[in-house]
Ligand binder design. Sequence first.
Ligand SMILES: Cc1ncc(COP(=O)(O)O)c(C=O)c1O
Length: 376
Amino acid sequence: MSSDKRYFVCEPYLNGNETKYVMDAVSTGWISSSGSYVNKFEDAFAKYCDVKHGIAVCNGTVAIHLALAALGIGQGDEVIIPSFTMIATAFAVCYTGAMPVFVDADKDTWNIDVTKIEDKITPKTKAIIPVHVFGNPCDMDAICDIAKRHNLFVVEDAAEAHGATYKGRKVGSFSDIAAFSFFANKNVTTGEGGMCITNDDNYDMLCRYYKNVCFNPNGPRDYLHNDIGFNYRMSNIHAAIGLAQTEKADEYKKMRMTNHSLYKKYLGDVEGILFQKDEADSENVGWMNTIVLEPEKYGRTRDELVAYLKDNGIDTRLLFKSMSIQPALQKYGCDCSGKYPVTDYLSDNGFYLPSASNLQEEDIKYICDVVKGFAK
Ligand SMILES: Cc1ncc(COP(=O)(O)O)c(C=O)c1O
């Protein structure tokens, strides 16, 4: 089996008004965050998520930090996060001075194991950050119920799950403030970018205040700052791309979901290949097509398969490593003493397959044939 084509893990797909809007921003000189595309993008994306407010920022990591800062989380507080997530979730907590506390993943959905959250709640716990891993919505009923009973904030890390739904509601609409990333591999992208979304007018005001170095929001621009803020603003050029992408968000969602089901169709019955199980009553938007290998059944190790795919022009990426083994978090003082066996299993045996929105069925079939052909 061979193909001259190189399959990247995930290229952006920009097939709408991106060039037109960017040219407009550039040709009119509105390239900073003051241009009108920022508000248009915020409104369009908030509407897409069925929430009241969107606050555009320069990446998804700072979107999580901004959300936590607006909720008043800081030193002395604890924030529960999954051990199986991208490091940004943990770092954003550290930026506030609070302590990230880890909960292992569920073995089927790969999202935070909701049955283990309450074991980690202490009097210092202030918030839970559920992450909709690879586009698969978390069990938000269970998480919101725990948060309500323990009086905790919920900040969804929806960086990977644009447009995903849980019980018919869009992710991002369940929490006090939710955070999205628009990095180039995301279902909706601005190259680099992020957004906080919220239904709460006060949190909206606070996010805008902190993201803009705490300029006085109501009074004159007198260069007196009452609080320490951040410059997390998004440029009009990025927002121009974001608006064009949001106009097509449903199209991209459909493409990713179709690709996800094609991977399941062609690899679903291969012995030793496991897919993430969707949360009940939810729509997994298939951000990344991830598989976990059971080497004893497939007959090869994950690393052997990844190397073989590379030889056949197919790029892959390994999965996150547990937060509990991150030297940076150990140095920061996190309690890394617990065991996170599901996270370890996923990171030792899983990887992403190519997942760009515009992959064609024949591409996916070729990739799956290579995977199948290597099984022993
Ligand atoms: C779960 C999760 N959270 C946060 C982020 C951070 O987003 P960004 O790269 O835009 O800072 C990412 C990025 O991929 C992510 O996957």
